[in-house]
Design a protein around this ligand. Sequence first.
Ligand SMILES: Cc1cc2nc3c(=O)[nH]c(=O)nc-3n(C[C@H](O)[C@H](O)[C@H](O)COP(=O)(O)OP(=O)(O)OC[C@H]3O[C@@H](n4cnc5c(N)ncnc54)[C@H](O)[C@@H]3O)c2cc1C
Length: 377
Amino acid sequence: MDFGLSEEQELLQQSARNFLAHECPTALVRDVMREGDGFPRTLYDKIARMGWTGLIVPEAVGGLGLSMLDLAVLAEEMGRAALPGPFFSSSVLAAMSLIASSARSHKREWLPRLARGDAVGTLAFLEESDRLDAAGIAARCAKTRNGYRLNGTKLFVTDAHVADFIVAAFRGRGTGEAGVTLFVIPRDTPGISVSPLSNVDQTRRPCEVVFRNVDLPSSARLADDGAGWKVLSRVMDAACVVLAADSLGGAQRALEMSVEYSKVRQQFGRPVGSFQALKHMAAEMVSDIEPARSLVWYAAYAFDHERRGASRAASMAKARLSDVYCRTTNHAVQMHGGIGFTWEHDLHFWFKRAKWNETAFGDATFHRERVAQLAGL
Ligand SMILES: Cc1cc2nc3c(=O)[nH]c(=O)nc-3n(C[C@H](O)[C@H](O)[C@H](O)COP(=O)(O)OP(=O)(O)OC[C@H]3O[C@@H](n4cnc5c(N)ncnc54)[C@H](O)[C@@H]3O)c2cc1C
């Protein structure tokens, strides 16, 4: 099997790297982290004009209709740049929730706007239990005469404070996977309140979203009891692949910064990179990152082409890259010495992003267990 990127993918990679180096320098990341709502709108207007907000959105509804492997290539570059803002929540989580459903009216209503960058979406999934399986969805949707009434609290809903719509999971009739129902809900619907939460990674903004007697028409339903969990599983796989790719790009950047620094920082009359202790750390980072790349690309390929093995490959990539990104940024801080610990140096952008990527959508332990279960163990 040929596992290189195609010419088009190499072009996407190169143009994304150039674009983000120019349009998303670390000074901008720092500004976004420090103040405001975490949504650099001017940058996102440009991203939308490049078509990236609709990268995986089908062409029929205004997107580029590209594959998960294309998205992984782009996500790697975004991780490299520590791109702040709602790309992941909107163009991955919300977009994939709609794409994976069979609700044509919602697709027609939201996907063109999302692809054009005129609307931002997000996914409300986790609750207080922090469980990623269907049993974790306890927020209730009760049938009313004209539709549904929703009650419950969702946590860690990334970018809900800037979202125009929220795809949210509720429990209808039935236990486990059978009772999961998804809705598409405009954020300004009466009864919804959004409160930003503090986060170690200030490039992402998680929120608490409370639904208090939120009345919706039946047409707001995205996926019925039963089908809802299938959609969420697909979104979970996409999230794992994209977070793994983001982690890969971030780890590579932390490695490059460390090697560069070790060549110029002098101690005891010589560059610190000449000390064996640092050479070993750099070698460990490389030996972690290089094999991880094929794992990420394979997971993206499997998402597109191998439905049966897709979840397993996504979890393997997520588990491995959660570890690799954290380990690499830990080594990077060590290699930088005291300055790597400071706010003034940029390295903490990636160190903190690694912590967020590690836990979002399940840490390495969760995904190793998922791999074992999918393998029937
Ligand atoms: C949280 C924190 C609090 C601090 N508080 C204080 C304080 O109160 N007072 C104070 O004076 N300082 C303080 N420091 C600074 C601290 O003493 C220095 O950071 C530390 O001595 C390392 O020096 P450096 O940062 O110049 O790193 P460098 O010496 O530049 O080291 C960079 C890298 O090279 C490696 N290295 C350097 N020399 C060698 C060698 N000979 N062989 C092998 N590897 C080598 C280091 O292990 C490191 O990985 C603090 C640092 C931190 C992180």
